[in-house]
Design a protein. Structure first.
Length: 157
């Protein structure tokens, strides 16, 4: 093997590792902590889009906090996404002001999980453990309602 070819193979391997690392990163949360894909693999996801100016969103946040607490130890993760695309310190501040205690993604995960854009808020998506969109719920949700829907979709009694 020529040195030139071996050099290009090394460069290709490094680029491949870097790209793979990027693919495994879902981004950061409202605290600037990395959210890895490995953390979400095999999990059912409840992904809620909210905005500070949305009154139903404000009423719904305590229900999502309750749901996240109830689901601890189960293969289900509650995630939030700021509809207005707040980033960094602004995202941390608005999430704190809203009383959000679950993970809020700084990057919109719509493309990753093929979530259709919604012009209505709040909107909640349920993604199964294989990463497939299973449900799109428009409007304000309750912890009990989401628990029941998850149980039905997951086939859990």
């Amino acid at each position: 093997m020529s040195r030139k070819f071996a050099g290009w193979m090394t460069v290709g391997a490094v680029i491949g590792v870097l790209l793979t690392g990027c693919a495994e990163d879902v981004g950061v949360d409202q605290h600037g902590h990395k959210v890895s894909a490995a953390r979400l693999d095999g999990q059912w996801l409840v992904i809620n889009y909210w905005a500070e100016w949305c009154t139903p969103c404000r009423r719904e946040i305590p229900q999502l906090n309750k749901l996240a607490q109830q689901l601890k130890g189960q293969p289900v993760t509650v995630l939030g996404v700021n509809f207005d695309g707040a980033q960094g310190e602004a995202l941390r501040e608005v999430a704190e002001a809203m009383g959000i205690r679950f993970t809020v993604l700084a990057q919109d995960p719509a493309q990753r999980w093929q979530l259709p854009r919604s012009e209505v808020l709040p909107v909640t998506y349920i993604v199964d453990a294989q990463g497939q969109l299973r449900e799109r719920l428009l409007g304000e949700q309750t912890a009990a309602g989401l628990q029941a829907r998850l149980a039905q979709l997951r086939g859990v009694k």
